[in-house]
Design a protein around this ligand. Structure first.
Ligand code: PMP
Length: 437
């Protein structure tokens, strides 16, 4: 094996990528892979897109980088306007960043500054879910509920009040409504124990990503959280880094339940994998208070640069022009049927859940007790490796302390067609059959 100067994560040697087109990638040995997870759920428009390339080149020919405090730039204004319009005007202000973690940091800091500006510096706690994933920087990690990632840093992050989110697969409360009531009650108890007047915000993903394998919330839960925030005077923050920008079939996932947050963060698909760009969207009144209180003490060098914003704008225009939200919904239904058919064939597929083109498949040792496989079984790694051998990329996560079994995400580009969904399912079926043996 060659030694590379790169160090990411321990794992098997990787093939070297050659090129990509549409939903496919090829390695330098000529092997084809169907990108069943859009890279890291980021390449939402697939690979090798000429329209994005052209938009980026056109911007590069004008200017690649200007600093946000020196120049207004038209792509940034246009992208911000597009994002506001995508929330139907519910969130009126935008702050650009370059990644999901930066977006989370920005939201946490804006929320805190809002209360400081209002003379409520006593508010210092965030509430977040376990399991959850909100990013890898120390602030974002503090609100993340994913033990293996938190553990080495638990002593040095600000941390948060961790509460359970709804788990409609493992609920033991009988009916769904009772489960939601109990989860909300536990959240209220945690907030009251810390002192409701000390809480800054509740942070959550409306559709879970890597940490939960696309667990869903429901209307009653989101309404309950909104009511808790209103009662305790804290903010509601939705992390749509992964599930935003059309991934679930609407521009933002929260729109499927009609409960509006105070702050919303998004990234990944915003740059469609072509350039890193993320955004924090906020209610105007919050931003006005912070600005009146001395301004937002925060920023990142590459935030809102012209090339990033021109790329994001071109990606959104492509989704609009090609009617891709409709395709996400239609292909999503096809994928759901196919994954449920696979579930019927393998009793260790415990749950299939998701929305649009974001599907989670949870694997369990015992389908009745819903017991996860032991972590040592390394099931997530085996499934991923088998799928890759069969020419399919999926996005895996390991068992999470009994809170969730091994799972993987299936989340292909929005451009996938009917035949390609069939190909995806066939390759997955072959990989899962081999796991049986
Ligand atoms: N929030 C969520 C919900 C995510 O899925 C991710 C990335 N997987 C992040 C935040 C962090 O984004 P990034 O990796 O771009 O920093």
């Amino acid at each position: 094996m060659t030694t590379s100067p790169l160090f990411y994560q321990a794992g098997p040697a990787m093939p070297e990528v050659s090129h990509g087109h549409g939903v496919f990638l090829w390695d330098t040995d000529g092997k084809e892979y169907l990108d069943g997870c859009s890279g890291a759920i980021s390449c939402n428009l697939g690979h090798g897109r000429e329209d994005l390339r052209d938009a980026m080149l056109a911007q590069l020919d004008r200017v690649a980088f200007t600093y946000r405090t020196q120049f207004e730039n038209a792509p940034a204004v246009a992208l911000a306007e597009a994002l506001v319009e995508m929330t139907e005007g519910a969130l009126e202000k935008v702050f650009f960043v370059s990644s999901g973690s930066e977006a989370v940091e920005s939201a946490l800091k804006l929320a805190r500054q809002y209360f400081v500006a209002r003379g409520e510096a006593r508010r210092r706690h965030f509430v977040s879910l376990r399991p959850s994933y909100h990013g890898s920087t120390l602030g974002a990690l503090g609100v993340t509920g994913y033990q293996p990632l938190e553990a080495p840093f638990a002593d040095i992050t600000a941390g948060s009040l961790k509460v359970p989110g709804p788990d409609f697969y493992r609920q033991r409360d009988g009916d769904r409504d009772a489960h939601v009531r109990r989860v909300l009650e536990e959240t209220r108890e945690k907030i009251e124990a810390a002192g409701g007047e000390t809480v800054i915000a509740i942070v959550l993903e409306p559709v879970g990503g890597a940490s939960t394998g696309a667990r869903l919330v429901d209307q009653a839960y989101l309404e309950g959280l909104r009511a808790l925030c209103d009662e305790f005077g804290c903010l509601l923050i939705f992390d749509e880094v992964l599930c935003g920008i059309g991934r679930t079939g609407t521009w933002f996932a929260y729109q499927q339940w009609g409960v509006t947050p105070d702050l919303l963060i998004t990234a990944k698909g915003l740059g469609a994998g072509y350039y890193p760009v993320g955004a924090l969207l906020a209610r105007e009144a919050i931003v006005e208070t912070v600005m009146a209180g001395g301004g937002f003490q925060h920023g990142h060098t590459y935030a809102g640069n012209p090339l990033a914003c021109a790329t994001g704008l071109a990606a959104i225009e492509a989704i609009r022009r090609e009617g891709l939200l409709e395709n996400v919904r239609a292909r999503g239904e096809q994928l759901r049927h196919g994954l449920e058919a696979l579930q019927a064939r393998h009793d260790w597929i415990g749950d299939v859940r998701g929305l649009g083109l974001l599907w989670g498949v949870e694997l369990v040792m015992d389908p009745v007790a819903k017991t996860p496989f032991p972590a040592e079984a390394n099931l997530f790694a085996r499934v991923t490796a088998l799928a890759k051998e069969e020419g399919l990329l999926i996005y895996p996560r390991r068992t999470l302390n009994g809170l969730c079994g091994d799972h993987f995400l299936v989340s292909p580009p929005f451009t996938i067609n009917e035949h390609e969904v069939e190909q995806l399912l066939e390759r997955l079926a072959r990989a899962l059959d081999r796991l049986d043996r």
